[in-house]
Design a protein around this ligand. Structure first.
Ligand code: HSE
Length: 295
């Protein structure tokens, strides 16, 4: 039987701002598991007051999940979002919304939920944990279902080059183009490469990542949606990148440069292979994860 809902006591402030990093997920063969937080962020402000306009469905659904999870009586709130994580480009923008709402309400209510509790709610809402884990905890993360993710800090020397096309890819569409099954040999090769990526990040031996980002499960099929993907990755690798992958379900392509000095040249070569209107952002990893800025 469900326990009765508790009455809300606003403990600290009536308004709170949360900073949530953008993320790149999958990193090739780590489908729905690997993720890495980047130093671009969205800021979500939650204020306890009647909203000025109706809240977006994603915000409503996340708030409902928070109030159900915490057992608190819902109260009206307004929200604002700003920042540099583009929407529907495979950089975890939906997680910035969901974590912003979950963490903002949690802070306003005096932290009834633990960080792990917030992670589980966010991963459940997303349907997969690969963006929720790095956005919340920072660094490179390995997530399996709703279990506590493994987390490793990432060297600040590395650069992540994002080639952001001027079109969106919706994750449900990008999942529809995938096959129902793949062969044993393809699955074995993916498992071997994923293991190498995990060890390379866990031990900070990044040179091991060379040749490990190849994927046979989703990228070859998603090339339908991002046709220049193989050429952009090849251009990056031929010009000094350790490797490259489709960021989450796209449309962004991410390449890993060994240092700051090599990144601008790699970025220029990637851009030549991409359609007009594509944007380049060069960033480092974020090792902090989502943080409460104000409140
Ligand atoms: N791992 C998901 C996918 C997207 O590739 O469909 C990111 O959550």
């Amino acid at each position: 039987m469900m326990s009765p809902r508790k009455k809300l006591t606003i403990s600290i402030s009536k308004s709170v701002t949360i900073s949530i990093p953008g993320t790149t997920a999958n990193l090739g063969p780590g489908f729905d598991s690997f993720g890495l937080a980047l130093d671009l962020a969205n800021l979500v402000t939650i204020t306890q007051k009647e909203p000025t306009t109706s809240l977006p469905p994603m915000v409503e659904a996340t708030a409902e999940c928070f109030f159900n999870g915490s057992g608190l009586i819902p109260f009206p709130f307004d929200w604002k979002i700003k920042g540099s994580v583009p929407q529907a480009r495979g950089l975890g923008s939906s997680v910035t919304v969901r974590l912003g709402v979950l963490m903002g309400l949690n802070k306003l209510c005096g932290l009834p939920l633990s960080r792990d509790g917030i992670f589980r709610l966010c991963a459940e809402l997303e349907g997969h944990p690969d963006n929720a884990a790095p956005a919340l905890f920072g660094g490179f993360t390995l997530a399996r279902s709703l279990a506590e993710p493994l987390r490793y800090t990432v060297s600040s020397a590395l650069r992540f080059i994002l080639l952001i096309p001027n079109f969106e890819v919706a994750t449900p569409d990008a999942r529809k183009v995938m096959p129902k099954s793949i062969s044993v040999s393809e699955s074995a090769a993916n498992a071997a490469d994923a293991a190498v990526i995990a060890v390379a990040f866990a031990t900070k031996r990044y040179h091991l990542l060379c040749g490990a980002f190849g994927d046979r499960l989703h990228q070859p099929y998603r090339t339908k949606l991002v046709p220049f993907l193989p050429d952009v990755i090849k251009a990056a690798e031929l010009n000094g990148a350790i490797g490259g992958w489709l960021s989450g379900s796209g449309s962004t392509i991410c390449a890993l440069a060994p240092d700051a000095a090599s990144a601008p040249h790699i970025a220029r070569m990637m851009k030549i292979k991409a359609p007009k209107g594509s944007k380049i952002v060069i960033c480092t990893a974020d090792n902090q994860g989502a943080t409460v800025l104000k409140g």
